[in-house]
Design a protein. Structure first.
Length: 181
């Protein structure tokens, strides 16, 4: 059987303008970047957050912020549509989210991390997900402040995903579990 599907043209995708995106309903999720050093990873995370209509990104520590040509290379303009803030200290960002009523989870392998496959987020709650540095992961100080840790099961010889891939997996998992049209 031959697939006779036709690729959609740009005008058929019904993409929102930045103004329409800003006014649209967002998932009650904030991503916290704990000292993510790669500008390409940061840009990719912006793009994923735009695609899934995520509320906000909090950029912390050594992580670069927009405007930045290297972030733009992978964000492709999503750095202009997704709301973001900067905190020098990741723990201050987590503290503020918790004060604002968020449940905050580190994406990290810990002694009591929750397998992402069984994580059952409450669609009425606001969630924050902390993503860590490419080499060191989420800092222990940040983990200590979180409500828990989520772990993506892995079965190969490596014990981590790229941080931008982790963001995509976790946000899609969350979206598929809580999104109601």
């Amino acid at each position: 059987m031959v697939n006779r599907a036709r690729k959609l043209r740009m005008e058929e995708l019904k993409r929102k303008s930045i103004e329409e995106f800003e006014k649209s309903k967002k998932l009650s999720v904030t991503i916290i970047l704990d000292n993510v050093r790669s500008l390409n990873n940061i840009g990719s995370i912006f793009r994923t957050c735009d695609a899934l209509s995520i509320e906000k990104i909090i950029i912390c520590g050594i992580s670069a912020t927009p405007p930045n040509a290297e972030i733009h290379k992978t964000a492709l303009g999503a750095e202009n549509s997704v709301t973001w803030e900067y905190y020098q200290n990741t723990c201050d960002a987590i503290k503020q989210l918790k004060l604002d009523g968020y449940l905050v989870y580190a994406l990290e392998q810990t002694t009591n991390s929750i397998d992402l496959r069984v994580f059952n987020p409450n669609s009425n709650s606001k969630h924050g997900f902390v993503l860590g540095n490419e080499l060191k992961g989420v800092s222990q100080a940040a983990i200590n402040m979180c409500d828990g840790a989520l772990e993506i099961p892995q079965f190969g010889t490596k014990h981590s995903f790229n941080v931008a891939i982790t963001a995509g997996i976790v946000l899609w998992d969350y979206f598929s579990k809580v999104y109601k049209d």
